[in-house]
Design a protein around this ligand. Sequence first.
Ligand code: AMP
Length: 425
Amino acid sequence: MAFQKPPGTQDILPAAAGKWQYVEEKARDLCRRFNYRELRTPIFEATELFQRGVGETTDIVEKEMYTFTDRGNRSITLRPEGTAGTMRAYVENKLYGEPDIAKLYYIGPMFRYERQQAGRYRQFHQFGIEALGSDSPALDAEVIALAYTFYQEVGIKGVRVEINSVGTPAIRAAFRDELLGFLRPKRELLCKDCQSRMDRNPLRVLDCKVDQHHFEGAPSILDSLDDACREHFEQVQRSLEGMSIPFSINPRLVRGLDYYTHTAFEFKAEGIGAIDTIGGGGRYNGLVEDIGGPNQPGVGLAIGLERTVMLMQEQEEELAKRQRLDVYMVALGEQAEQHASGVLYALRQAGLSAERDYQSRKMKAQLKSADRLQASFTAILGEDELAKGEIVLKTMATGEQQTVPLTELAAVVQQLREQTLEGEV
Ligand code: AMP
């Protein structure tokens, strides 16, 4: 019996990998421009880190973690998100001791045992950033701006930015009681999820997609904010306006995770079945302390890459160009075939992408491969040319052919390539 991938996982095949590379390169380039530096942490961590860092009452910790006992009898969990591991590394490596604030990013797989649906997987990938060591509202706005720019630059249309303030833990606790007062009489009308959330994490009830019509007149957390929280939220908005980032305020937005303080935000877009959230984050001023570190504020965000890749448009031409092969080498006859590897290697050493035939196929079949690989040039090595130390070079776009000394092949291809690149500008 042939094996199949586990439910909720994906093979990213070579035909799709170009898109992934494009997205990842965009993420890295944006981080360079915004001065965030990469942090690579383990894929698995002590289970307790997530219990403390993500929160005991969250869906993730309650029912979605891949947890196992290793051979040393430790409870280990495959990371369900990137923030807890980042905090752990920040504390363990004392990054808080440096004069500048820590601006970090990560890209990698996350694991949650979730119900599979379009845009929801059990192994998925996130690009996330975390800025630690400052409670400036300008930093909240910067994090939002980075994500907004990311979606713009990878070509996702119609992205909406929603922001909210969830205050401090004390404000949330008081608001929770007020909200429960409003929800209790409606309990029987609400969906099963909401009923269970009422017991565990009532703020998240307002997030429910199906019950919105029951929430008219619900108290708004924005009315519960104290002056300091209101001021922070105001300044985040002013900073966003200063960067011309469009946003709307959604007072019902609370995130799935417990640790947010002040700013919470989400990015939404249509086009993936029932799912519309493509990224989100917020400020988490108590989190570093919660996992045993010093009292350092932070703000961060995570972007789902599967959803990004699904929604990307209009990059086909750019992606095709990037995947084009420079030279396909056609070798005809036994002697030429023997020389082919050396010629090919010289091209590759010169920085060009080059391929040949390894199946001793006829010329026509080899030329078809060159077409499939969208080779910019075909180099044809026959016995006659070989005897003279030459090779025939064909520019595929124009059909022009020239005979070139073998020793100069790479240089000539480079030169022609630069000319055509200039021509495209
Ligand atoms: P969260 O850590 O839950 O706030 O998720 C941040 C982003 O990661 C979401 O907006 C999604 O884009 C993505 N994401 C979260 N869970 C999944 C999943 N199971 N499958 C695919 N993407 C996900």
